[in-house]
Design a protein around this ligand. Sequence first.
Ligand code: ASP
Length: 556
Amino acid sequence: MTIMEDIIPEMAEQQSEPHIPESRVLIIMTGGTICMRPSPSGFIPARGFQEQCLARVPTFNDGSRSTMMDVVVDNTGQIKGHPSLRTPQTVYGRRVRYTVFEFEELLDSSSIDAKGWAEIAKTVERNYTLFDAFVILHGTDSLAYTCSALSFMLQNLGKTVILTGSQAPMLELQNDAGDNLLGSLVVAGHFMIPEVCLYFNNKLFRGNRSCKVAASDFAAFNSPNCVPLAVTTSMRTNVNWDLINRPTNIQHFSIQTNLDTTHVACLRIFPGIKPEMIDAVLKLDGLRGLVLETFGAGNAPHGQDNALINVLADAIKRGIVIVNVTQCLTGSVSPVYATGMSLSRAGVVAGLDLTTEAALTKLAYLLALPNATPESVARDMSRSLRGELTEVSQPVFQHPDGALTERVQALTVLGYAIAQGDLQRVEEILKLEHHYLLNDADYSGNTPVHLAATSPSLPILRFLLMQGGSVHMRNSNGRTPLFLAANAGLSEHVMLLRQSGAHLHSDERAAAQLLARRRPGVWGLAGIGPREISDREMEEAGEERLAERMMAGSAP
Ligand code: ASP
């Protein structure tokens, strides 16, 4: 399954040096305890985190020469060089090179709002092609809300985004900041987990499933309705690959920043609550959505005259979307009891096992989508968009510990099917609960998408992408599938990969520039060289060509 590269003399020289691969991670500092220092008025966020807190610590700085990393710092596309640091080599034989980009105003996270979330989303978007992954440093108080909001705002995310913070500042003698940040950096630098995640106390949680459960314990977060996506032990980080969500559209990464947070509210039911109280909230000027925290499996007091239900039903008729979530930490809203059923008969949407944080931010996201109607929002609140809720409970296929042989065998069989252009076989193999194979790699680091990028069958490449295969993984030579497809001269593969958001990694650009001198056409399609095609042109040209192929009946 080795893919031969067209090595040109200038590159051969570089390749003779022993080379330890490096991942490039952007750390975005928004504030929080992790960077705080004491002041006369209590702890406040302080600037200079990279120099003051990281540069002096050997686990965060291997002492090598600091090179500059480009960071796009504003909406005009202004690029500023930031000094980088590099971790020592990890157990996975890599190093992580990173730089910290600090926001103008560092916040205690209790003061963050939709504007702050938009700023984080924009920073990721502006720097998306320059880095392999992103780590966002944030206070813990509202961290679960920010994780949930970002999970919806970052659409078709193809790279790892991890939020973390700490209970004690990095400069305190006993702190959790070092472990939380190092763990996040290592996961971000090694694993392709294209989700918004939260790393804390050695666990990686799905961001929109998490909530803060302790005010001062180091184990401050949990995701009670979803097992951790990964757990770090003294030996390694074990990723629960069966759980990882992947984008399954042929679409670019994009962001949606205008959340309607000003027209949603949250209300907790309690014994004795008066219908008038709920009515007063529902009559707030411009209110469009309410998250109702109910008892147990989604129950609210009936009352003698149904007054509470009537208040809710009237509001729903006025176009307000009301979502039912449980006050319990685990479990789901379900119509088991009469008191819960009457809520759903009144038109209240079952939020299933959504956390309040996810329900509130999802409502704000859906209400702000173009053409949103109360009906479309109500429908989508009960559907899983980013793994934030469990639609139906299905048994999860788990591999016993000794399953390595099966894994290697399955990957080999898949590799042959791809090489032979046998789409039917590829579909069969992946159907057999083998989705984890998508981002698995053979001995030379090639994933199935790498193999399909150079195999003759375009439908196989499309199929793998639509199953969630990553376009950003790099093989042992540091090559992306896009590089391999361009190098093989496969223009249609190159176009399909670019429509799916693929771009050349910054480490590949020098080699690609040289190769583009020989074959400007296909490398131009890959976005490099004298005949470089921009993302926009590619999308337009791509759609036309795709339409032609569909008409000719050759597209799947
Ligand atoms: N108040 C702090 C914040 O959320 C708490 C923390 O970071 O742990 O910014």
